[in-house]
Design a protein around this ligand. Structure first.
Ligand SMILES: C[S@@+](CC[C@H](N)C(=O)[O-])C[C@H]1O[C@@H](n2cnc3c(N)ncnc32)[C@H](O)[C@@H]1O
Length: 395
């Protein structure tokens, strides 16, 4: 009697699942892997990390889990689609929506090729993370942000984004005689994927990039390793495919972008320090320049950041800044200053803001409309009215 009951119960549970799967096939739902199906049934998603935020383990874990996390999001999208009634599902089918979701799956696989390269390179070069414990959570937002930085920094797609923000900085630095540059030192804190630092080193300056995020530094190791990156446009990404909003055409959404536009064979005058700029030490005598691009507003305490910039410069050295004032959200920042307060702070710390008519044009304060990892075909644009200034530490 009991056996009969449990057999009936199992049948009762299995029947809806079978009907669910048959209806998927019948209505033309895209191919689902067993993992996708389990994700749908369990309602599983992947979100924040379970390692210290700025640890390499957290970054490697996130790269390890990129494919799984992205596939779980796709499974949620398929699940939403599956909730349409039969008639609307048929319309969705005629619109090609199931095929669009399949296309997203293909782009996740393509992006994962780059991601696998990053984590393989990380394990080869950093023995302590050779065997990172397989985690349960990773940070897909950071992985995606880093992939977009390959586009911002190292693809021809983003030449105009880069030119708008790099050129004012490079112009200011080029006021230095080329013959003197080899003996001058430049620090670039919060260097991201280091294109600006690389451009500065190519002008002849001895350049140090400092970057705290292992998401970025591991990706940069992959980019700079000749075994992984040795020719122009070698790698392909689909950086925008995961966000279906603000798109005119699916071909824009899924377009591939190759990188690098130039192979960054590192010269000996460029050095990357993987760590916190707030604890960075200057070479004896101090830096000739500190260059901050989209950086100072990422700080939890901009007063400490500016004091540190001041202390790292030699007397007479200059701080060149270009960026917005997008303070960390959720009241994390100790202070969230307006631009006029930032200028007051610059003076209070002891800098002289280069702003008069006697200052060369290229070093004068200006507002620079700028974008940040923008999708140039999107129906939405986010333009920062970023501020450029040069401030001098008195002799
Ligand atoms: C908004 S991003 C800008 C990156 C790059 N400058 C660009 O414009 O593409 C800020 C960068 O600063 C890094 N960063 C934040 N605080 C830092 C710190 N204390 N030391 C070093 N890097 C830091 C972040 O990890 C991030 O890569």
């Amino acid at each position: 009697m009991n056996d009969q009951l449990s057999a009936d119960a199992i049948l009762a549970c299995l029947l809806p699942i079978c009907l669910f799967l048959i209806s998927f096939a019948w209505l033309g739902m895209p191919t689902l892997s067993l993992r996708n199906i389990l994700d749908i049934i369990k309602g599983r998603t992947h979100s924040s990390g379970n390692y210290p935020y700025f640890s390499r383990e957290h970054a490697v874990a996130s790269y390890d889990l990129y494919y799984e996390m992205a596939s779980a999001e796709l499974a949620s999208m398929r699940k939403s689609y599956s909730k349409l009634g039969r008639a609307h599902k048929r319309i969705g089918y005629e619109l090609g929506y199931p095929r669009k979701l399949d296309k997203l799956q293909a782009t996740i696989e393509a992006n994962d090729k780059v991601v696998r390269g990053i984590r393989r390179r990380a394990r080869e070069t950093i023995p302590s993370i050779k065997r990172t414990r397989m985690p349960e959570n990773g940070d897909i937002l950071r992985v995606r942000e880093t992939l977009k930085h390959f586009v911002r920094d190292w693809s021809s797609e983003s030449v105009s984004e880069r030119t708008a923000i790099f050129q004012p900085i490079l112009d200011a630095l080029q006021t230095e005689e080329p013959t003197k540059r080899g003996g001058m030192s430049v620090l670039v804190p919060g260097a991201g994927l280091c294109r600006l630092a690389w451009e500065i080193s190519r002008l002849g300056f001895s350049t140090t990039a400092v970057e705290i995020s292992p998401f970025m530094t591991l990706a940069f190791r992959f980019l700079c390793s000749p075994e992984y990156t040795n020719r122009i446009d070698q790698h392909v990404l689909h950086p925008y495919s995961y966000w279906f909003s603000h798109q005119q055409k699916n071909e824009n959404l899924f377009r591939d972008i190759s990188f690098p536009d130039v192979v960054p064979n590192l010269a000996s005058n460029l050095r990357l320090e993987e760590g916190d700029f707030l604890t960075h030490r200057s070479p004896s005598g101090g830096y000739d320049y500190v260059v901050t691009l989209f950086f100072i507003d990422t700080s939890m305490n901009v007063i400490s950041t500016m004091e540190q910039i001041y202390s790292l410069l030699r007397p007479g050295g200059q701080w060149i800044n270009l960026g917005p004032l997008l303070w960390p959200s959720g009241a994390q920042a100790r202070v969230e200053l307006s631009l006029e307060e930032v200028f007051d702070l610059i003076r209070m710390i002891g800098f002289k803001l280069e702003d008069g008519n006697d200052v060369p044009e290229v070093k004068r304060r200006k507002t620079v409309p700028s974008e940040y990892t923008a999708d140039r075909y999107a129906m939405m644009k986010w333009i920062y009215q970023a501020e450029f200034w040069v401030a001098t530490k008195p002799e």
